[in-house]
Design a protein around this ligand. Structure first.
Ligand code: WT7
Length: 661
């Protein structure tokens, strides 16, 4: 270890350890919440005495209408994890009311529109009024406690108003990323049995218009249970209208007063569901419950990002994914700071957009996925012509950050004055699982460093399931004990929840990631060991893409593999065999790509489609995707044992196709 940002080499991973830069403390409004020794002591307490630790934190960070009596109950074995029992609270009250009463003029939302000149600021006082009005509208539409409401919206303040209004009345939000296709939206609305959908006439992103309302209309053709669509007017274009079903947001909210009381919820009442991909073709509606999730969001906002009053949190992720839920919406609002809602892209109108925003609003914590950083690094350093003096924390999320990108972020964006925090977590963990604490934890580029409070990681031997103790071990990553913000179930199928996370290694939560623990106890995430791929920060399963391809009339069989990509992290690549009477043409390949865009969304489109006569299969008919992955990675000389293939000659034919395409 070393002083003030001067790196020294640590042997095992041969990378340098970075201390918190001295400048970090100089620009700090006060000082970090903890020292490294305090982190270590409190971490130990969180593991050894979780009832005391979490009980105190829950009372400190959340407002309870009725206090809880029991901090913790249940286990991984039984799949009945529950926290803060008998307690009652409301998520919206915790995010809005308590701040609006004390500091109504404080900015809650910094809205940076797609066009740099069109944004605005929404204070906590205004936010409370807008949320209450919308809560009345939803009630009027028949939404009751426990009902799900779908949100299909771009990154505008009203999306946050929608989240908060839904949970204010005890309903459950189900946000569908506005990049998903009509078919994906339909499946999610049906699975969640949402009866109301909230959307906009259109969206704007990177200078382009997105027809959100049209997509909703398409999706709802097959959703007979949806009674109402509430439409926020974003662009003012003409959109198709279904009388009696569709209502304008601005007309409805004007009918109601600016205050309504929040509905008290049990700690374990569902707060939201969010669909995510696993090993199977069908996305799972991951369910988070009220108190535990909120506490995880508030705790990680406070400690990982070192949030303090007056800070301005700038999370570049979309509200359609968990990063947006936890770090655009819940964490900053729970702590009463300002949160950035950025509608656009890092490249519009210029590659300097993020840096312009940080400078313009005085952002203190910036949080983004490495895929965007790779794009910006490639675009050239001349775009970073800002000092960005307010920045203290630079967060990274969603995929491993390569050492060169980490250093670029630290040097060029942070001017070596900021703390880079690489945060490892998942939709299912709700909030950071392994991450440095800003201002506290020495970092190593590429490592998510040390576990967050209450997270007891275990590295398991993937085959035997035995826990590998001590340092310098590699295996799969599991977590040993329940933590407050973990997902509780899969909507409509607790069995799927058990199978996906708790049954593989009995007594552990299984993350699906490979990981190592180095000689100093630092964690290095190696990537998924299942069929999940991550394309530009969007989580997909290869099975999902295969299911989309199989729906194409020409497709006999499909196998999809994820391959490492310098820019997007991973890409989707499809191998397809056609039915008789269909021909291998470039139109056919295009039509297969369109099929995936239509079925899932543009972000899932395969980078390449290879049409082959046959797929590599075992004698029992199992497709050997490992072989396809090797071929695409240019490792066709390392295919391993191919003797189990029913027809080994297909391999050379596929190699030839790949080389020629
Ligand atoms: C998967 C979860 C966490 C919010 C965004 C993604 C990968 C996540 C890191 C990181 C390496 C990471 C894992 C994980 N991942 N953060 N810091 N370093 N890999 O959430 O869509 O649920 O995806 O993202 O593979 O399992 P998600």
């Amino acid at each position: 270890m070393s002083e003030g940002g001067v790196p020294v080499v640590s042997e095992a991973h041969n990378v340098k350890t970075y201390q918190v830069p001295n400048k970090y403390y100089e620009k700090h409004p006060a000082k970090p919440h903890l020292t490294l020794d305090e982190y270590k002591a409190q971490y130990r307490e969180s593991i050894e005495n979780p009832d005391k630790f979490w009980g105190e934190k829950a009372r400190e960070l959340l407002h309870w209408d009725i206090p809880f009596q029991t901090v913790r109950n249940g286990s991984f074995e039984h799949g009945d994890v529950s926290w803060f029992l008998e307690g009652r609270l409301n998520a919206c009250y915790n995010c809005v009311d308590r701040h609006a009463f004390k500091h109504p003029e404080r900015p809650a939302i910094i809205y940076e529109a797609d066009e740099p000149s069109e944004g605005r600021i929404i204070t906590y006082g205004e936010l409370l009024r807008e949320v209450c009005k919308l809560a009345f509208v939803l009630r009027q539409m028949g939404v009751r406690k426990g009902d799900t409401v779908a949100i299909y919206m771009p990154m505008i303040p009203e999306a946050l108003v929608a989240f908060l209004a839904i949970v204010r009345i005890g309903a459950v939000h189900s946000v569908v990323f506005a990049g998903f296709s009509a078919e994906s939206l339909r499946d999610r609305v049906l699975d969640a049995r949402s009866k109301v959908v909230i959307t906009t006439d259109e969206g704007k992103r990177g200078g382009k218009v997105i027809g959100t309302k049209r997509i909703v209309d398409d999706a709802l053709k097959q959703c007979p249970e949806v009674k109402n669509v509430l439409v926020y007017r974003r662009t003012g274009s003409e959109v198709p209208w279904t009388k009696g079903r569709d209502y304008w947001w601005h007309e409805e909210v004007n009918k109601y007063p600016g205050y309504c009381a929040p509905t008290l919820m049990d700690s374990e009442d569902p707060l939201f569901l969010l669909y995510t991909s696993g090993s199977t073709g069908k996305p799972k509606g991951v369910v988070h419950t009220t108190a535990g999730y909120l506490l995880g969001a508030a705790m990680t906002g406070k400690y990982t990002f070192d949030l303090h009053p007056g800070d301005k949190m700038g999370t570049a992720g979309d509200i359609g994914w968990i990063t947006g839920h936890t770090y655009v919406v819940y964490a900053p609002l729970l702590l009463g700071v300002s949160t950035l809602v950025f509608e656009g892209t890092p490249a519009y109108p210029e590659f300097s957009r993020y840096w312009d925003i940080i400078e313009k609003h005085g952002i203190t914590q910036f949080y983004v996925a490495p895929t965007a950083l790779r794009l910006l690094k490639r675009a050239g350093d001349h775009h970073i012509n800002k000092q960005m003096k307010t920045l203290r924390v630079l967060g990274s999320v969603g995929e491993p950050i390569a050492e060169d990108v980490w250093k670029w972020y630290h040097q060029k964006v942070g001017h070596e004055e900021c703390h880079v925090v690489d945060t490892y977590w998942q939709t299912e963990t709700g909030s950071h699982a392994i991450a440095p604490m800003a201002g506290v934890t020495p970092t190593k580029p590429g490592s998510a460093t040390l576990p967050f409070f209450g997270i007891e990681p275990a590295i398991l031997d993937p085959v035997s399931g035995d826990e590998l103790h001590g340092n310098d071990v590699e295996g799969v990553l599991a977590i040993k004990k329940p933590w407050p913000s973990m997902a509780r179930t899969v909507w409509g199928s607790h069995q799927r929840f058990m199978e996906a996370y708790l049954n593989d290694y009995k007594g552990y939560y299984f993350t699906g990631d490979g990981a190592g623990r180095d000689h100093e106890g630092y964690y290095w995430i190696r990537g998924r060991v299942d069929d999940v791929v991550n394309v530009s920060g969007h989580r997909l399963s290869t099975a999902e893409v295969e299911a989309a391809l199989i729906h194409h009339e020409a497709v006999a069989e499909a196998a999809v593999v994820g391959i490492a990509d310098e820019l997007t992290g991973q890409t989707v690549n499809a191998f397809v065999s056609l039915k008789d009477n269909f021909e291998n043409t470039s139109e056919m390949r295009k039509s297969l790509t369109i099929q995936v865009r239509k079925s899932i969304g543009p972000f899932a489109a395969p980078k390449a489609v290879y049409i082959v006569n046959d797929l590599p299969k075992t004698r029992s008919g199992k497709i050997m995707r490992r072989i396809l992955r090797k071929i695409l990675s240019g490792e066709e000389d390392q295919l391993g044992d191919t003797s189990t293939l029913s027809d080994p000659s297909v391999v050379s034919a596929i190699i030839k196709t790949v080389q020629e395409t």
